[in-house]
Design a protein around this ligand. Structure first.
Ligand SMILES: Cc1cc2nc3c(=O)[nH]c(=O)nc-3n(C[C@H](O)[C@H](O)[C@H](O)COP(=O)(O)O)c2cc1C
Length: 357
C-alpha cells in the first residue's frame, strides 16, 4: 500500500470531507469504526489567518484518535494559502489537503475549489508554496474537470505531481455536474494508470456498500477508497470494510446517543453569546442547546433511515429544542427499533419441530 508522505495508513478506507458533517465527533467515530483517515471539512484560508472563533471550532481535533490529522483548506491565492497552512500546522495539522473540487459559486468565483481546475499552474503553485512553507505532506482533492469539454484531471495530476503532491483524491464528476448523474469511475482508472506509483490515488464517488468499495478498488486499481454519503448514519461501514459486523439494534441506539452527546459537548464548549436574549446564563444555555439539537437533526435522520416509523421520528425531533427531550425521543425510538428487530427475528425463528409434536 503506497504511503501518504511519511504516513502508512492502517487500511484503504477514508472518510470524505463533508462540510457540516465531518466535525470532530463524527471524524472520531469514523476513526473508531476503522477509517484510516478522516480529513476535516473545507476550512477557509482567510478564516485561518484571522483565527476566528468559528474557524477555531473547525480546527478542534482529538490527537489521540485522529492520526494522522488531515486538514482541508480552500482559497485561491497561493501566498495566502501558504500562510494559512502554517497556521494550520501550528494548530496540529499533520497533512494539508487542498480543496480543488468544491462547486459552490461563492468559492469558485474567488478562484478556489473547483475554480482551480481552470488554472492548473496556479493549483501547482499552491501545492509547492504550502509544501515549502510547512514541510508537511500536501494532498489535493479534485474533480474530473470544470465541464464535459474540459476534463483535465490528467493534466492536473501532472502539474500537482511535479509540485510534490503526496496523494490525489478524485471525485469523478465535473463541476458542471455538481452531484448529478453517476461518478465516472473510468476517470479513476485512467488517473491511476497515468500516475502509476508516483503518488497514491484516492478514488471517490457513489460508494455506498462494502461491495461497492471493493469493486472500486478492483476495477480502477486506485490505492484508497474515499466514502462520503455512504457513511452518513452508517459509520459501521468502516468496520464492515475490515470484515466486522454491522450494528446490532442495541449498539445503534448506544452509538447514536453517544454521538449526540459528543456533538452537544462540541457545540457547547466554545459557545459565545451573540444576541441580547443570550446575555443571561439560562438564555445562553437555551440557545446553545437548541443550536446543538438543530445541527444534529440531519444525523438523526440518517441514523433513522430505513427503520420503522423513521419519518414520524424525524418530524418529532424537528420540533424539539432541548438536549434532554432529544435524548428521550432517541431512546424511545431506537429502543423500539430494537424491540421491532427482535420481534421480526422471533417471527422468523419458527421452530418447526414444535408443530411436529
Ligand atoms: C454534505 C456534503 C458536504 C461536502 N463537503 C465537502 C468538503 O468540505 N470538501 C470536499 O472536498 N468535498 C466535500 N464534499 C464532497 C465529498 O467529499 C465527496 O467528494 C462527494 O460527496 C462524492 O462522494 P460520495 O458519493 O461518497 O458522497 C461534500 C459532500 C457532501 C454530500
Amino acid at each position: 500500500m503506497l504511503p501518504i508522505g511519511p504516513y502508512t495508513l492502517r487500511n484503504r478506507w477514508i472518510l470524505a470531507p463533508m462540510a457540516g458533517v465531518s466535525e470532530m465527533p463524527f471524524r472520531v467515530l469514523a476513526f473508531q469504526m476503522g477509517a484510516a483517515l478522516c480529513p476535516t471539512e473545507l476550512v477557509s484560508a482567510q478564516g485561518l489567518m484571522r483565527l476566528s472563533a468559528r474557524t477555531m471550532r473547525y480546527l478542534r481535533h482529538d490527537s489521540a484518535v485522529e492520526q494522522p490529522y488531515s486538514l482541508q483548506i480552500f482559497g485561491g491565492e497561493p501566498e495566502v494559502m501558504a500562510k494559512a497552512a502554517v497556521v494550520a500546522k501550528e494548530q496540529g495539522a499533520q497533512i494539508i489537503d487542498i480543496n480543488m473540487g468544491c462547486p459552490v459559486k461563492k468559492v469558485t468565483k474567488t478562484g478556489a475549489g473547483s475554480g482551480l481546475m481552470c488554472d492548473p499552474p496556479r493549483a501547482g503553485e499552491l501545492v509547492r508554496l504550502i509544501r515549502e512553507a510547512t514541510g508537511l505532506p500536501v494532498t489535493a482533492k479534485i474533480r474530473a474537470g470544470w465541464d464535459h469539454a474540459n476534463k483535465n484531471f490528467l493534466q492536473m495530476a501532472d502539474v500537482l505531481g511535479a509540485a510534490g503532491v503526496k496523494a490525489l483524491a478524485i471525485h469523478p464528476r465535473t463541476r458542471a455536474q455538481g452531484y448529478s448523474g453517476q461518478a465516472d469511475w473510468s476517470c479513476i482508472t485512467a488517473l491511476k494508470a497515468h500516475v502509476g506509483s508516483a503518488f497514491p490515488v484516492i478514488g471517490n464517488g457513489d460508494v455506498k456498500t462494502v461491495a461497492d468499495a471493493h469493486r472500486m478498488l478492483e476495477t480502477t486499481g486506485c490505492d484508497y477508497v474515499m466514502i462520503g454519503r455512504g457513511a452518513l448514519g452508517n459509520p459501521w461501514l468502516f468496520r464492515q470494510l475490515g470484515g466486522g459486523e454491522g450494528p446490532s439494534p442495541e449498539e445503534r441506539c448506544r452509538v447514536v446517543m453517544d454521538h449526540f452527546q459528543k456533538h452537544v459537548e462540541f457545540v457547547l464548549r466554545d459557545f459565545r453569546p451573540r444576541r441580547p436574549e443570550e446575555a443571561t446564563p439560562e438564555g445562553l444555555k437555551r440557545h446553545a442547546e437548541s443550536t446543538a439539537v438543530h445541527t444534529f437533526h440531519k444525523h438523526l435522520g440518517w441514523y433513522a433511515h430505513g427503520l420503522v416509523h423513521a419519518s414520524v421520528f424525524r418530524a418529532e425531533v424537528n420540533k424539539l429544542e432541548t438536549v434532554s427531550d432529544v435524548l428521550d425521543a432517541c431512546e424511545r425510538f431506537f429502543h423500539q427499533a430494537q424491540l421491532d428487530a427482535r420481534a421480526a427475528e422471533e417471527e422468523y425463528d419458527v421452530d418447526y419441530r414444535q408443530a411436529l409434536g
